[in-house]
Every structure is written in C-alpha cells, then in structure tokens.
Design a protein around this ligand. Structure first.
Ligand SMILES: Nc1ncnc2c1ncn2[C@@H]1O[C@H](COP(=O)(O)OP(=O)(O)O)[C@@H](O)[C@H]1O
Ligand SMILES: [Mg+2]
Length: 203
C-alpha cells in the first residue's frame, strides 16, 4: 500500500486551505482512478476552507490529509460524503458524483466521523449489527456474526462487545466508531482523526 501525505498550504489570500503539495513526484490526477477530486472547493462566506483540491486515489491506496486545526480536513471529508455541497468542483467516488449521485456515493463508503455518533443505551455489538444492516440493507445471519467477531478482533474490542456505549472509555468509543466504518465490506473507507484518544498499542 502506498501512503501519500497531503499538507495544508498556508498563507492563501483568504486564509489557510487544504491543497495538494505540488512538488510531489506522483501524478496528481488520473481519470482512470476510482476516486477523483476535481478542484474541490468550499467557501463559508468569505473564508475558503478547501481550495481547489485536485487528486486521484488508486485502488488499495491510503491517503492521509495532514494539516493544523482549521486547515479544512473535516470540510473536505464532509464534501466527499455528501454532508456538505462543494461551492465549486466535484468528486467522483467509485463512478458516482458527490453532487449528483450522493446516495450511491454514500452506500459505497464507510465513514468514521471526527466526533463519535453513538447511542448511549445500545451495546457495542448491536452498534456493529446496526451499521452493517444499514450499509448492506439486509437482515442478520451467520455471515453477520462472523463479520462482527472479525471487526471486534481487529479493533481489540472483543471483551467489550456486550457493554453499553455509556460504559465505554473515550478510546473504546473511537474504536467502535472505527469498527462501524469498517464493517459491511465497503469499497472505500474514510476516517477523520481515527486515532485521536487512542493509546499507543491501539494506534
Ligand atoms: N459550517 C461552517 N461554517 C463556517 N465555517 C466553517 C464551518 N465548518 C468549518 N468552518 C471553518 O472552515 C475551516 C476548516 O475547518 P475544518 O474543516 O473543521 O478543519 P480541520 O478539520 O482541518 O481542523 C475553519 O476555519 C472552520 O472554522
Ligand atoms: Mg477536523
């Protein structure tokens, strides 16, 4: 797997923005790649939070957006998941436009948001069950139990599977959010600060 780092470009006229570092050797954009960001831009009034972010991501590639607080990472992710409409530009994810085919884009991605979206009175394993059924639009079955066991193992949450969310530590909640993004075999996984609050071993 290749890892490519994107850094924020500071001192833009209207403030900081996430923009691809031009000096990188790898080609910024290849229309054959499954994920393509095309001049993706978001402005909040006068403030340009994301400035013409253009890049493509290959199959099995891992991309990390790096930037200080307020650099525009979460805004970029919100656009990729259809939670915010771009001011200009577009992104194609697995063949679908985030502007025109938002529902289809959503069904092909797993998202771990920056802030956990969990239900206090529902257990860890039931969160995973819920996430999988919504994503795959299906009921339970043997496959479901096998997949939940695997996700619990990967996220080191097996011993906490029956706990309610209100009994979890911050790090455990983060791991559950990560598990919910991973379950259901989506083509693309988008993680916003997935390791914040995690101990070294979990990272
Ligand atoms: N809904 C919003 N309305 C106005 N400004 C926003 C909104 N969301 C984010 N911003 C601004 O956009 C910039 C980028 O924020 P964000 O994407 O959350 O940064 P990061 O995730 O890199 O810390 C910040 O200056 C932030 O204040
Ligand atoms: Mg953020």
């Amino acid at each position: 797997m290749t890892e490519q780092l994107l850094e924020n470009k500071s001192n833009s006229r209207r403030g900081t923005s996430i923009k691809r570092r031009q000096s990188q050797a790898r080609k910024a954009f290849d229309p054959k790649d499954p994920i393509q960001l095309q001049k993706l831009t978001k402005e909040f009034g006068e403030h340009r939070a994301v400035d013409e972010l253009t890049l493509s991501i290959k199959q099995n590639e891992v991309i990390a957006l790096l930037g200080h607080n307020g650099a525009g990472k979460t805004t970029a992710i919100y656009m990729l998941t259809g939670m915010l409409m771009p001011t200009r530009g577009d992104a194609i994810i697995n063949g679908f436009s985030i502007k025109h085919d938002t529902d289809k884009v959503r069904s092909s991605i797993g998202l771990c948001q920056q802030h956990d979206v969990l239900f206090e009175k529902i257990s860890v394993q039931d969160h995973l069950r819920l996430a999988r059924r919504i994503r795959k639009n299906c009921g339970g079955g043997e496959d479901e139990d096998t997949e939940i066991d695997e996700i619990l193992r990967i996220t080191m949450m097996t011993e906490h599977r029956k706990k309610l969310v209100k009994a979890l530590s911050g790090g455990m909640k983060r791991k559950l959010s990560l598990g919910m993004a991973l379950i259901g075999s989506t083509q693309t996984i988008i993680l916003d600060e997935p390791s914040s609050g995690l101990d070294v071993e979990s990272r």
